[in-house]
Design a protein around this ligand. Sequence first.
Ligand SMILES: C[S@@+](CC[C@H](N)C(=O)[O-])C[C@H]1O[C@@H](n2cnc3c(N)ncnc32)[C@H](O)[C@@H]1O
Length: 208
Amino acid sequence: MPKEEGIAPADSTIFRQFVTKPREVGAIRRSSPALGIAIAEAVRWPDDAAVIEAGPGDGAITEHLLAAKPPGTPFFAVELNRQCAHALERRLPDLKVVVDDLANLCSICAREEVGEVGAVVATLPWSVVPERKRTGMLAAILETLSPDGQFLFYIYVQALPFWRRSPFARLLHESFETIEHGSVVWKNVPPAVVFACRGPRRAPNSTG
Ligand SMILES: C[S@@+](CC[C@H](N)C(=O)[O-])C[C@H]1O[C@@H](n2cnc3c(N)ncnc32)[C@H](O)[C@@H]1O
């Protein structure tokens, strides 16, 4: 396989960061193009409102979001892990990458002078993030999204049975008008399902 000069080979950044921060990174390899395409197709792309990807890693999903994005739609990425952010900046030099925590989304948007936010695509390991942290990140997303905004994410199939019964899944149902999911993307390792939550109702104030 040809190597891209100055760019870490696919998977190496995610794997190395998983070894040091397993709960934060939550995967040993980057997502497949098939999952990237499934997420990009699930976004209802706004013309003017911004789209934000949180937890882009080294850009496996990002490149498909950028390919699907209408030319005028503002887009940037929020990545907690500095090494992943550097790998992403090398891979996609024109992309704006903010090194920060999704939980700080409100202050990030204020600092970056973002107007309306039409979608947050949070491709981070939701099923292994501690409950309190998940609720905090969801509160930030709900506070940031426009009234017709969307929150998209993926869950690995092996986590689905626990996920469906989790307090966080209940909280999502309380917090959005609709929740849809696609079919299993079997070409991803592990296979994953894309969820799209639309129409934020309110900021959560309990873990359910
Ligand atoms: C499972 S990896 C996914 C990487 C990439 N989106 C993909 O699908 O290949 C999760 C990524 O989320 C990032 N992350 C975890 N918690 C985060 C947070 N609170 N805010 C922003 N990024 C976070 C991790 O550093 C990691 O890069």
